[in-house]
Design a binder for this molecule. Structure first.
Ligand code: NDP
Length: 334
């Protein structure tokens, strides 16, 4: 089987040299084991954090070991009646073509129809979708008739946030993304009311101009830094910020200064809350599956995926995602 390992830890922006492709012989299955042929593996921003040694909410990767993370595939060999051959499973064994181990390390998924690509369990129906749902309903406490701004709006989490916000009754949805194509896409395909291209002009000027008069009730932050500062300018009294990510800073080599307008938090009585989706999975996952599954069945949701083929191109997919080469969820097809 082929696996991708962390070869060295990056300083600043990661490069292909930080990864190694390793071929291994897999042992025969033990009692209770399954072997899974992965269909898709996920590359996600949080993996950048895990490549560094610094302690964060997710354990650092070990140099010389597999880049673990979410993947979905089919059981191709089984030594347990719990997960017979052909079962579709999700797991966290990451960047490899074949995964095997005890059945308890795999979670069965039951796609409601053949129309649903398995890759959706890494995106809209998976961790990024749940992140959008939890952020809006549990953290930002979005109410009907409110306005929402999401940064990273053309990505996996962002495209879900924009659509869920609308379906949950938001009055206006604003998004920011890099470049005119992504901005056009979120307006035309995802129904955003306004799109801000942060690469065109300083984000703070644009946010003040585009959102200022409406007043902002909820900011869903995927980028941090200058984007958070921009949102703090326009948040209305009792506005909320769901701090989901700060991808604008993940490659920084030293701590970045905070927003210069922190006084607005007091003046506008804002609430800013960070969250990690895994803390909410137990409580929110069943509701997420029901509500979002229903929306999907009713054709109320759309999605994009950027699919890179071949396990050996996993690092390229990951590095491309950090550079913004994805629209919607970036996945690797095995
Ligand atoms: P995306 O699909 O959004 O991919 C990452 C995107 O980030 C790129 O496409 C790029 O889009 C954008 N980006 C990269 N560098 C910058 C920059 N310097 N400034 C602004 N945008 C940048 O990834 P996800 O949807 O998976 O994740 C989005 C965010 O959500 C991340 O911050 C991630 O860490 C966070 N997250 C947090 C979770 C939690 O539990 N708290 C769970 C899941 C995700 P563009 O072309 O627009 O620049």
């Amino acid at each position: 089987s082929t696996q991708i390992h962390l070869a060295t830890r990056p300083t600043g922006v990661p490069t292909p040299e930080n990864f190694a492709t390793v071929r291994t012989e897999l042992p025969a299955l033990a009692a209770g084991d399954v072997r899974v042929q992965n269909a898709f593996i996920s590359v996600d921003p949080y993996m950048r954090g895990r490549m560094s040694a610094a302690k964060s909410y997710a354990e650092p990767y070990t140099v010389g070991e597999v880049m673990t993370g979410a993947a979905v595939g089919h059981v191709v060999e089984s030594r347990t009646p719990d997960l017979p051959e052909g079962t579709v499973v999700l797991h966290e064994m990451g960047w490899r073509d074949i995964s095997q181990g005890q059945a308890s390390a795999f979670r069965r998924v039951d796609p409601p129809s053949d129309d649903i690509p398995l890759s959706l369990y890494l995106g809209l129906l998976g961790m990024p979708g749940l992140t959008a749902y939890v952020g809006l309903t549990r953290i930002a406490d979005l109410h009907e008739g409110e306005t929402v701004f999401v940064s990273g709006a053309a990505g996996a989490v962002g495209t879900a946030v924009g659509q869920f916000a609308r379906l949950l009754g938001a009055r206006k949805v604003f998004g920011s993304a890099g470049g005119p194509e992504k901005c056009e896409l979120i307006l035309q395909k995802y129904g955003f009311d306004e799109a801000i291209d942060y690469k065109k002009e300083p984000i703070r000027d644009q946010v003040n101009r585009v959102i200022g008069d409406d007043g902002l009730n909820v900011y869903f932050d995927n980028v941090g830094g200058d984007h958070l500062e921009a949102a703090l300018d326009v948040l209305a009294p009792f506005g909320r910020v769901a701090m989901c990510g700060a991808i604008g800073q993940y490659n920084a080599t030293k701590p970045q200064p905070g927003p210069r307008n922190m006084a607005n938090i007091l003046q506008q009585k804002l609430r800013i809350q960070g969250f990690i989706v895994s803390d909410h999975a137990r409580e929110a996952h069943a509701e997420f599956q029901r509500v979002v599954g229903q929306w999907l069945a009713e054709d109320q949701l759309v999605y994009d995926e950027t699919i890179i083929e071949g396990i050996e191109n996993s690092a390229d997919a990951f590095l491309g995602m950090l550079r913004g080469e994805n629209t919607g969820k970036m996945v690797v097809k095995i």
